[in-house]
Write a protein that binds this ligand. Structure first.
Ligand code: SF4
Length: 940
């Protein structure tokens, strides 16, 4: 061996310093170590100590450097100088920008606060932005949940006090069979990957249910290529099989759900379909010990699933009887649904049998004693090791709420929620619908709103309607059109504001939502609405203020731009008051902090709101002497008190040793930084499961400040508030829906999960438009942010339309071909590619890859611009006319969730055009064009 081998440094020092913060390249909020060299970001790695990712970093996370250095970053406040939509702006100072915003907004607040519509997109500070909007006094606030996954979230809250992702997760350490329905792979990214890795290592099985086999479904042991929009039917067929075979957890159902609660069965009674209640208003069950009526939560009560009660000529039967009537019916037999779902009856039966076998024959026990809310002591925890996860795929349909309810009911019937091996909530969840606020919308000029905007309705009395029964919100949330719209309807704001229905607005104020491009249906129509002028030559939507960090397509349509920072340049707070980052075994929150200072004249949007709030004199943003209360967002994070002892961050409160509750701590952010950017406290072992029912958990939750008094509850298989809306449609009660909505409410507000076909199917000629069309989110991108990122663009530079074998062959497609894809609303011409692992009647593409010329500082010949495309051009926010003179929203009629995935199309071969069609006119870029080569090298 030669002795003069070169001396290699195998561990070069990559950084001078490591700064720990929270990733924002998607919504998972992993912990990251940002390596700094010469004061610049040199390298990003995962934080091994962080509860969310335990060191795992995905492609997006490591590409954060390129997001931070993106040429598309806005550089200074902008004031529109050309026509709206042209992209012509001049840079102005922050003082000018904030003075202008104050001049616009102050008179609105004084006279008609509802004429401000303030909506935020991928906002991770909703408890703060909603607090600001509440202080302003407008009822028109929401984030983007209405066009994302409100069906999943609201169905989960109403049914069991939480859903998946931020609210719950499979018990990855114990589950033996994991069933995954359609999910956005960019959203629940690292945590799901790590979870699937864990179960595969243990030899547990995974079933993927998705029309498209990519990503997580590609590594599933079984793939079920279901027909879009039929998930609810498939799930209820499995419910049918399980109930018929007696494979449901009767003991769990009796104790921990409302299966045993008695329901009035007299159609002539105005209580028909409602629970029998005692004088304290508590729902009644029959106690098996006495055979007598008892409140559901009485000490020692043993609810009877079978007993009925008859009094004053009225029969009351338990919910479980009603479920048997419905789900044992042949309507839900596998043979009856197989063709529609695209899954054979044998396969449906086999999957149901699999679920039952694992849940009951492979049950597990943990030797942990616990006490339930009736005072019953249990010496062990019994696990049904079957778990589920689902998100947007089953949610973004007009039948999505009932489908998500069906999935939650399926889990509960198996006894697999909040038990070892099943689905587990993440503190501070679960919280039942009754523990959330109701929606508020009472406007007083010059004053704050009467309470939080968003919440959960429990009957017609909670709707936000004026004296004539018209919606009081611009998005018509909490109206008869969508009575349970818990996240608002951001996707309807522009069209309602343009139409002046229910009223005209003055200012549209939005944050981080690309509403003129990939976040809107009917893109061309939205451009027109944003630029339309009235007879006087004024814009129909008079003023638009927008905040974003990047030169997105939306920027061109605003009058005033408030440029935000990148996520490495800002303070942020991932709060328990908002969308938590907790794990099932621990409560956790986190911060972001400026690991680098901005090199442009930009400010964190939340700090800007602190300033603007003070200029407008909003309550909560000024001191008694009128001075600015919070100098910036960091000041708010540290010193804001929401309830006694409760602030935005739960860790290191008081003198630094208080957690959950405690006084404000001036050094709190420093303590978070020293701790790696996060705080976690672990759930006591005997409180780790059965959280809604366990006094061990309930007492811990009160101590931590999740709520102020214990509030055990049972799961709501039967959602009584839905029955109240349905009863109103049948004519019961003072508050009555308009005639044209009665039949729809009677059908859709069923208190037990049902399935009905996607609404678009009823209004489109399915012989002409027979094919389903979907988008999926790739793991390597997050909304529109990814395809401007110099590293991530190399993974998905453009997006072909993937076509299944049957349609590929029928059209004689070849590699390199293009196709015209049409819906009743519009047409696109796009490149196609063959994919065999795809539902035979479904085409799809990646979401939000296509970009508009002039946006994002991309070259006009960039593949995202020339070959990339959006399906959004084919989708309208309204369903086609059906001849009754009305246009119905393309949304779920319960929550208003945008029904993106109901789309029907036809496809034909096209000549190869120069560029994907339609081509929108180029917009002028408010930032300089990117350099030809983008290199990033720090240090030697
Ligand atoms: S999963 Fe999301 S939050 Fe986590 S590292 Fe990747 S991009 Fe960042």
């Amino acid at each position: 061996m030669s002795l003069d081998q070169p001396q290699l440094d195998t561990s070069p020092k990559v950084s001078d310093e490591v700064r720990k913060t929270t990733c924002y390249m998607c919504a998972c909020r992993c912990g990251i170590n940002v390596h700094m060299k010469d004061g610049k970001v040199a390298y990003i790695e995962g934080n091994k100590d962080h509860p969310v990712n335990q060191g795992v970093l995905c492609a997006k996370g490591s590409a954060g450097i390129m997001q931070h250095n993106a040429p598309s970053r806005l550089r200074a406040p902008l004031k529109r100088v050309g026509e709206r939509g042209s992209g012509e702006f001049e840079e102005i100072s922050w003082e000018e920008a904030l003075t202008l915003a104050t001049e616009w907004l102050a008179p609105v607040r004084e006279k008609h606060p509802e004429k401000l519509a303030f909506f935020t997109g991928r906002d991770q500070s909703q408890s703060f932005t909603s607090f600001w909007a509440q202080g302003f006094g407008t009822p028109n606030y929401a984030a983007h949940g209405g066009f994302c996954s409100v069906n999943m979230a609201a169905a989960g809250i109403y049914t069991m006090g939480g859903a998946f992702w931020e609210f719950g997760q499979p018990d990855w350490d114990h589950t033996k069979l994991f069933m995954l329905f359609g999910v956005a792979e960019d959203h629940d990214s690292n945590p799901i990957k790590m979870g699937i890795g864990k179960i595969k290592k243990r030899g547990a099985r995974m079933i993927g249910v998705n029309p498209i086999r990519t990503g997580y479904n590609a590594v599933a042991d079984d793939w079920v290529g279901i027909t879009p929009g039929t998930d609810g039917l498939f799930i209820l067929a499995m419910v049918h099989c399980l109930m018929k075979a007696g494979k449901v957890d009767l003991d769990y159902l009796a104790r921990f759900t409302n299966a045993s609660v008695l329901v009035n069965e007299d159609p002539k009674s105005n209580q028909f379909g409602l629970f029998l209640r005692d004088q304290d208003g508590q729902p009644q069950v029959i106690d098996r010990r006495t055979g007598q009526l008892a409140p559901w939560n009485g000490v020692g009560v043993e609810p009877d699933l079978a007993a009925t009660h008859r009094a004053k000529g009225v029969t009351h039967r338990p919910v479980f009887h009603q479920m048997a009537d419905r789900y044992l019916s042949d309507t839900y037999a596998p043979e009856a649904v197989a063709e529609r779902c695209g899954i054979s009856a044998e396969r449906i039966r086999a999957i149901a049998a699999d679920l039952a076998r694992v849940a009951f024959d492979e049950a597990i026990e943990l030797d942990r004693p616990w006490t339930d809310f009736r005072g019953v002591k249990h010496d062990k925890m019994v696990g049904r090791p079957v778990s589920f996860h689902a998100m947007r795929g089953i949610s973004a349909h007009s039948n999505g709420f009932q489908t998500c309810r069906a999935l939650h009911v399926l889990q509960i019937l198996l006894g697999s929620v909040e038990v070892p091996g099943g689905m587990r909530f993440k503190p501070p969840y679960p919280k039942p619908a009754t523990a959330h606020p109701k929606p508020h919308g009472k406007v007083t000029p010059g004053a704050a709103l009467d309470g939080p905007h968003l919440g959960y309705t429990h009957g017609p009395e909670d709707l936000l309607l004026d004296t004539e029964g018209n919606p009081t919100r611009i998005d018509k949330a909490y109206s008869w059109e969508n009575p349970m719209s818990a996240h608002g309807l951001m996707h309807m704001v522009i069209s309602n504001a343009h139409a002046g229905v229910p009223y005209k607005i003055d200012t549209l104020f939005m944050y981080m939502a690309n509403m003129s491009w990939n976040s809107s249906m009917n893109v061309g129509g939205v451009h027109k609405m944003l630029t339309d002028k009235d007879d006087s030559g004024d814009y129909v939507i008079p003023r638009i203020i927008y905040s974003d960090a990047y030169s997105s397509e939306m920027v061109a349509y605003a009058d005033l731009i408030l440029p935000d920072t990148t996520y490495l340049e800002r303070h942020d707070c991932i709060s328990l008051l908002d969308r938590p980052i907790c794990e099932a075994d621990g409560v956790a929150d986190a911060i972001r902090w400026p690991v680098v200072e901005p090199d442009r004249d930009v400010r964190g949007f939340q700090s800007v709101l602190c300033d603007l709030g003070a200029r407008l004199g909003l309550p909560g943003f000024v001191n008694e002497d009128g001075s600015q209360k919070y100098q910036d967002y960091a000041d708010y994070i540290t010193n804001h008190i929401r309830r006694p002892g409760i602030g935005p961050l739960a860790g290191f409160r008081g003198d630094g040793d208080d957690h959950g509750r405690g006084e404000a701590n001036p050094n709190q952010i420093d303590r978070y930084i020293a701790n790696g950017g996060f705080w976690i406290d672990h759930v006591p072992k005997n409180a780790a499961y059965y959280k809604p029912f366990s006094m061990d958990y309930q007492n811990w939750a009160v101590k931590m400040g999740f709520y102020d008094a214990v509030q055990p509850y049972i799961f709501q298989l039967y959602v009584e508030p839905m029955r109240k809306f349905q009863a109103a449609a049948e004519g019961v009660g003072e508050r009555q829906p308009p005639e044209h909505l009665r039949e729809r409410l009677k059908l859709t507000m069923d208190p037990l999960p049902i399935w009905y076909g996607p609404l678009e199917d009823d209004q489109v000629d399915l012989a002409e438009y027979p094919i389903h069309a979907l988008t999926q989110r790739p793991m390597a991108m997050y909304h529109s942010w990814g395809t401007q990122n110099a590293w991530l663009r190399q993974i998905h530079g453009h997006n072909p339309l993937y076509v299944p074998t049957r349609i590929w062959e029928a059209n004689g497609f070849q590699d390199g071909d293009w196709a015209k894809v049409s819906s009743v609303h519009g047409g696109i011409v796009v490149p196609v590619a063959h994919q065999a692992s795809l539902n035979a009647n479904t085409v799809w593409t990646w979401n939000a890859i296509g970009k508009r010329k002039g946006a994002w500082a991309l070259d006009e010949k960039a593949p995202e611009v020339t070959k990339g495309f959006l399906l959004n051009h084919l989708i309208h926010e309204l369903l086609p006319p059906k001849g009754d003179g009305l246009r119905w929203a393309n949304s779920d009629p319960i929550t208003g969730q945008a029904a993106w995935f109901d789309l029907r199309v036809k496809i034909e071969k096209s000549a190869v055009p120069n560029e994907a069609q339609p081509v929108m006119p180029q917009i002028k870029s408010p930032v300089p064009k990117a350099p030809d080569a983008l290199a990033w090298k720090v240090g030697e």
